[in-house]
Design a protein around this ligand. Structure first.
Ligand code: FES
Length: 277
């Protein structure tokens, strides 16, 4: 047992000695690398090494190779970020702002349309159109136009008053008394049929107003004769100016019931729409 231990100790000691020898030999080989150079190389190397007195031979850098390099231009790219103040108009509008503006514009258009409608409704009252007093001109001239040479009648239509001007019958029904529906021998009849509102044309042969919509008929004084109309044609209050001009008050509409005793004869000829009554 003791022998084996001694042999082990000797082996370990020999191994340690061998390792120490190897390390020492390697270091000595490095320090003496010049010995492997030929004489010319060592001579060329000596002056350079002489200028580096403290240089460590092991750490001495290899001389940099001389390489011809093409001339290059250094380009530096610089990114510049900056903050620029812009107005809301320049920055654009958000979706919410867009919808707000759209709603505002729609409401504005609605108000503008409403205002225009109200203005259009009131405008005739201040401009002399329908709904206000309409000057139809000289009453004598109107009568001359309305009464033909043969005694027949051709009403004068006044578009701005929407009225037919007809001569006042020699004897007017009592239902019109005191209602100012004639002036200077002229009456102004509303063109609108009192049944459902159609414009009632004049029928020259029959000398009456005949509605083509449902067949209502009125004589030359606008008095009911036949059809579904519930009353006479409506008419306007009229008056004369100091110059004998007829003024039609289209804002004052007079309604009268069917005349029991017509003021003028009807029909005086063939009907324009047919039918006897
Ligand atoms: Fe004139 Fe009906 S609208 S008869």
């Amino acid at each position: 047992m003791t022998t084996a231990v001694l042999i082990g100790v000797v082996v370990v000691a020999l191994a340690a000695a061998a390792a120490a020898f190897a390390v020492g030999w390697r270091r000595s080989a490095r320090s003496d690398w010049r010995l492997n150079l030929d004489a010319e190389t060592r001579a060329a190397d000596t002056p350079v090494r002489a200028s580096l007195p403290d240089a460590d031979p092991e750490l001495e850098p290899e001389p940099a190779p001389i390489v011809e390099q093409a001339a290059s231009v250094a380009v530096e790219v610089v990114t510049v970020q900056s903050t620029v103040e812009v107005s809301r108009e320049e920055a654009g509008i958000t979706r919410r702002r867009f919808f707000n503006r759209a709603m505002g514009a729609t409401f504005g258009v609605f108000l503008a349309g409403l205002g225009l409608d109200m203005l259009a409704f009131a405008w005739p009252r201040v401009s002399g159109g329908f709904g206000s007093d309409v000057n139809a001109g000289s009453v004598q001239d109107l009568l001359a136009q309305a009464i033909n040479a043969d005694g027949s009648v051709t009403p004068v239509f006044i578009p701005s008053a929407r009225a037919y001007l007809v001569p006042r019958p020699a004897v007017l029904s009592v239902q019109f008394e005191g209602k100012n529906v004639d002036a200077g021998g002229v009456m102004a009849l509303y063109q609108r049929c009192v049944h459902l509102g159609c414009r009632v044309p004049w029928c020259q042969p029959s000398q009456g107003f005949e509605c083509p919509c449902h067949g209502s008929k009125y004589n030359g004084a606008g008095e009911y004769f036949a059809g579904p109309a519930p009353r006479n044609l409506d008419r306007f209050v009229v008056k004369l100016t100091a110059n004998d001009e007829l003024v039609i008050s289209t804002g004052s509409i007079i309604q009268t019931p069917r005349a029991l005793q017509p003021s003028v004869k009807y029909p005086q000829g063939p009907s324009c729409i047919g039918g006897s009554r």
